[in-house]
Write a protein that binds this ligand. Structure first.
Ligand code: NAD
Length: 370
């Protein structure tokens, strides 16, 4: 039982029932069972069609359903709004929720443009009693938490260099139909907004703020078919960047949504003056550590010695999973609402992530200072 969890039930509205909608719903249903505190009241579920809203409300255990997201956000029984809709809806939904006095759990990326993200961060700053958190779930795994702690403790000395990649192949097939993610108005940035922002969230947690980027982007499949005929792909399929951190350390960064064979290749390594850390999300229960003098790398397997593993499973080697990251994210949000430790990335920290990916998008091979 976590004494920092809410004693009174939080009323929840969930908007969207796709990949992330279900992930948020599972987290809301699990968070109190896992960590203690009052079980959230699942008040209202909103989706694009009434049939889907009703079906998912029944499946996920929400009391009511609607297709009117404005009504869901304004509902007096709702304290916190989970927003899991396409990127182009993030700003209007998050701003409406904040204006209605609600806490906000918003999926990444924060918004389509820097202007949108700045406006959202400004509004959040004007609502100091309301908690905001963005869906950077990969920062929650026990292996990643251990890596951050090891860097902070100086266990690998001074971080000198970061090398990171986030590749998937969900858009590699040129016959795949056009999708909202591929447009300026639906997706905003492409691979950078969908995948690269996750890598940036981890990179900043490990290395500190980014001072400069020099990047190139590429569209591999310029046109996709749709029911209305061929449509242009408006945002990047891949990006490459060199970085300089405020600490003086250097970095390299690559992301692609058209990398054949790659499924969730969120991989990075940090080279420090006394050691190196290596991580791969496809093997998310492992952190590989080299300390000066070792012959090679030692595998640190996540296990019940790590509190955020132990709450799910008392047995080593039984593995922590993707959806459990989201339960930890929900726990952090609940604690912050109950007045405990601040959680993040909030909208202010999310704005820093947006600055990095948008600087990469506009760099066109020249150095951009942040
Ligand atoms: N954190 C992560 O690891 C992660 C993974 C995937 C997606 N995402 C993010 O989550 C968001 C959603 O992605 P997804 O893959 O779940 O998309 P999706 O297409 O699977 O789901 C989107 C949902 O939004 C609903 N929706 C659309 N318009 C709506 C409206 N006007 N009112 C109510 N509901 C509406 C759709 O019906 C659908 O249920 C995106 O911002 C994406 O970047 C995050």
């Amino acid at each position: 039982m976590d004494r920092n969890m809410p004693e009174k039930p939080l009323g929840v509205a969930l908007i969207g029932t796709g990949f992330m909608g279900k992930c948020h719903a599972l987290a809301w249903r699990t968070v109190a069972a896992t960590f203690g505190g009052a079980h959230p009241r699942l008040e209202v579920l909103c989706d694009a069609t009434q049939e889907s809203a009703e079906r998912h409300a029944a499946q996920f255990g929400f009391a009511r359903s609607t297709t009117d997201w404005r009504a869901a956000v304004a509902d007096p029984a709702v304290d916190v709004v989970s927003i899991t809709t396409p990127n182009g809806m993030h700003r209007m939904m998050a701003e409406a929720a904040l204006t209605a006095g609600k806490h906000v759990w918003l999926e990444k990326p924060m918004a389509l443009t820097m202007e949108d993200a700045e406006a959202m961060a400004d509004l959040a700053q004007q609502c100091p009693d309301q908690v905001t958190i963005l869906g950077y779930n990969y920062t929650r795994s026990p292996a990643f938490q251990a890596a951050v702690q090891m860097v902070a403790n100086g266990e690998i000395g001074t971080p000198l260099s970061f090398r990171g990649v986030y590749d998937e192949d969900y858009s590699a097939d040129p016959n795949l139909p056009w999708h909202w993610r591929m447009t300026d108005e639906g997706g905003g940035l492409g691979a950078l907004g969908d995948l690269g922002c996750h890598l940036v969230s981890q990179m900043i947690a490990l290395m500190g703020p980014v001072a400069q980027v020099t990047a190139q982007t590429q569209i591999a499949v310029p046109t996709r078919h749709s029911t209305e005929g061929p449509k242009a792909v408006e945002n990047e399929d891949s990006a490459l960047a060199l970085l300089r951190f405020a600490s003086g350390a250097q970095g390299s960064f690559a992301t692609s949504r058209v990398a054949r064979g790659r499924k969730c290749r969120l991989q990075w390594e940090v080279h420090g003056s006394l050691g190196t850390l290596v991580f791969d999300q496809e093997n998310m229960n492992e952190l590989w550590v080299h300390r000066a003098g070792d012959a090679g790398f030692v595998r640190h397997l996540s296990g019940p010695d790590q509190p955020d593993f132990a709450v799910f499973c008392p047995a080593p080697g039984h593995n922590f999973g993707f959806n459990e990251q989201k339960v930890i994210e929900a726990r952090d949000l609940c604690r912050a609402i109950a007045g405990g430790a601040p959680c993040g990335p909030d909208f202010a920290a999310g704005l820093e992530i947006e600055r990095v990916i948008h600087a990469m998008a506009r760099s066109n091979g020249t150095a951009v200072a942040l």
